[in-house]
Design a protein around this ligand. Structure first.
Ligand SMILES: C[S@@+](CC[C@H](N)C(=O)[O-])C[C@H]1O[C@@H](n2cnc3c(N)ncnc32)[C@H](O)[C@@H]1O
Length: 247
């Protein structure tokens, strides 16, 4: 299945109307252009064992720690559980989830990254994973026991993240684990710099969030479960905050 249409909780609106209303469609377009064209090779390399610069090495280590932290929020044995890897990228989390026994739906808006993820999946896990390109919020993906979204919501505003969580919650029995860019001094400075100097390559800009405003925004979007901060990983230029929603 290859579904590349943007989907928002306001299903039925054409994409332009969604963009004008919430910015979700516009962000999704940027994300797709960036990961499916501009940065595909960089991302492929960062997520492999190939040598990278010292700075990217710190990012790689930070991402390894974040993956382990997020996985620690789910049961160790996921046998028979249906898990959504939302914004799977090159599939590093997908492999870990499958190795724990999960039946994984791995979706990303970048068809190229989904192809890489599919190629990298060890053959012994092929029967457990369904790869799809498209919007992670598409409700036709069905129900899940758990959802994991590592660094895939970091480009969205609070209302869009809240809407995403509220929509996913309706179809998830257990935990939704996700990350945001925290409001640290460095990330806020980068964010303001991005506003002052808008990028010409249409690359998406991370939007830092703090826990309480995000929790309020999510509640306003209809989230019923409790949104809690989990822990933060800082490793060189990689700074990411894990959060979770439990019923
Ligand atoms: C920083 S990468 C992280 C990839 C992967 N989760 C990981 O940690 O290795 C963010 C990914 O989220 C995907 N993404 C962002 N928003 C998405 C959406 N609404 N639907 C599907 N994929 C999305 C991007 O295409 C990109 O591959």
């Amino acid at each position: 299945m290859r579904d590349v249409a943007p989907f928002s909780q306001s299903a039925g609106l054409p994409e332009t109307a969604q963009s004008a209303r919430s910015g979700y469609g516009a962000t999704l377009d940027r994300v797709e252009t960036y990961f499916d064209q501009t940065a595909t090779k960089t991302w492929e390399r960062l997520t492999s064992d190939a040598p990278v610069s010292r700075i990217r090495e710190t990012v790689r280590r930070g991402r390894d720690r974040m993956r382990a932290l997020m996985l620690s929020r789910l049961p160790a044995d996921l046998t028979g559980q249906r898990v959504l890897d939302a914004g799977c990228g090159a599939g590093q989390m997908t492999v870990e989830l499958a190795a724990r026994g999960a039946d994984v739906v791995a979706i990303d808006i970048s068809p190229q990254l989904v192809d890489i993820a599919e190629l990298r999946l060890p053959p012994e896990h092929r029967a457990q994973v369904t790869f799809t390109s498209g919007d992670m919020l598409n409700p036709t993906l069905g129900r899940f026991n758990h959802v994991i979204a590592m660094d895939s919501l970091i480009y969205y505003g609070a209302g869009d993240i809240g809407g995403a969580l509220a929509g996913l919650e309706k179809r998830t029995d257990g935990t939704i684990v996700f990350t945001v860019a925290p409001r640290t001094r460095m990330l806020m400075a980068m964010w303001y710099a991005g506003k002052l100097f808008p990028r010409s390559d249409r690359s998406p800009v991370m939007i830092p969030h703090a826990h309480m405003p995000l929790a309020h925004a999510a509640r306003a979007q209809g989230l019923r479960g409790v949104l809690r901060p989990v822990d933060r990983v800082t490793s060189g230029f990689y700074i990411s905050q894990a959060m979770e929603v439990r019923p």
